[in-house]
Design a protein around this ligand. Sequence first.
Ligand SMILES: Cc1ncc(COP(=O)(O)O)c(C=O)c1O
Length: 391
Amino acid sequence: MAFDLLHARHETPGCENVLHFNNAGAALMPKPVLDRIIIHLQMEAEIGGYEAADRSHDAVEHVYDSVATLISCNRDEIAIIENATRAWDMAFYSIPLGFGDRILTSMAEYASNYIAFLQVVRKTGATVEVIPNDEHGQISINALRNAIDNHVKLIAITHVPTNGGLVNPAVAVGKVAREAGILYLLDACQSIGQMPIDVNVIGCDFLSATGRKYLRGPRGTGFLYVRRDSMEQLEPPFLDVHAAQWVAQDRYKLRPDARRFENWETNYATKIGLGVAIDYALKWTLEAIWSRISALATTFRAQLDLLKGVTLWDLGIERCGIVSFTIDGKSSKEIVHTLAQQSINVSVSTLNSTRLDMEARGLTELVRASVHYYNSEEEVKRFCAALASVL
Ligand SMILES: Cc1ncc(COP(=O)(O)O)c(C=O)c1O
């Protein structure tokens, strides 16, 4: 079935103002998401925040069903958390690690995750080891398999890196983790909403995600998936009156579900907005979204490739909607600034966010142009023409 691009654009008010290729930064929210957030905020102002939350109880609860449908898990395996980093942290810092324990990760790992590894390594005497890439630039499954021994306590990788089109083979990694009985934490911040994700197919114990990127939700939203079997062995690093119950003066009892990773106060308007964004994506279907994004990104890469002076840097066998490139003789910041003057949004990926990968490839910065299903072929043409004039 043909993708109804006109409809997608019609429901995206931002399309009238900007050529938005910064979907890996934050995508443009569709109108139903925006409307629902405003309705809740208005209700908070009119009847009170606690009262508005009570009145929206069903909508808030529905967010857990939406996430569960999105990634094929149970609603009690979901915690709604304010961003992907904190969701990831809540899982990572729950895992008991000690001297001699090994953490395996990938070259594409995101800075915040790696900083957390370094902190835990310093505090506990555990080690973090980076599995090299294969000849396609994605995590080598053979090298991962060869690295497994009894001391490996965690495999934590990034599905889609912050700085390019690579899609790491998350399912193959999951197979290794399952066979060896090792905990597996997947950072799906950049892949969620972009492609179908099924935690049972991937075989991960934890998955962290954000709302504002390919899911097109509001900023300051995210979630954590925790497999039920793994949850029972883990105590979150922080607890509060929502995560646990103070049952006696010297005792508390953890919540039985994944909400033990949440905390009490939250932004109800954006939480509901996240649910609406997920339902909106599910209506399009993740299969249709992925196929549209892949096709548009392929066209985009082909057109960029024709421009003299442009070098594409995307790795991997399968490539997603995040297209990264440099331009001879121009800094990425300069390109982003020049395009912004024409209401074209892209962003810069710096060494700081994926140091392992960028250093290995001798890169210091990249232009990151990330397309979504609501972007058009005409926008791709316009973008390339704008770039050609910079060249
Ligand atoms: C791969 C990856 N993981 C995690 C994050 C952090 O997400 P958040 O800003 O929602 O905490 C990002 C942000 O760009 C990212 O690219």
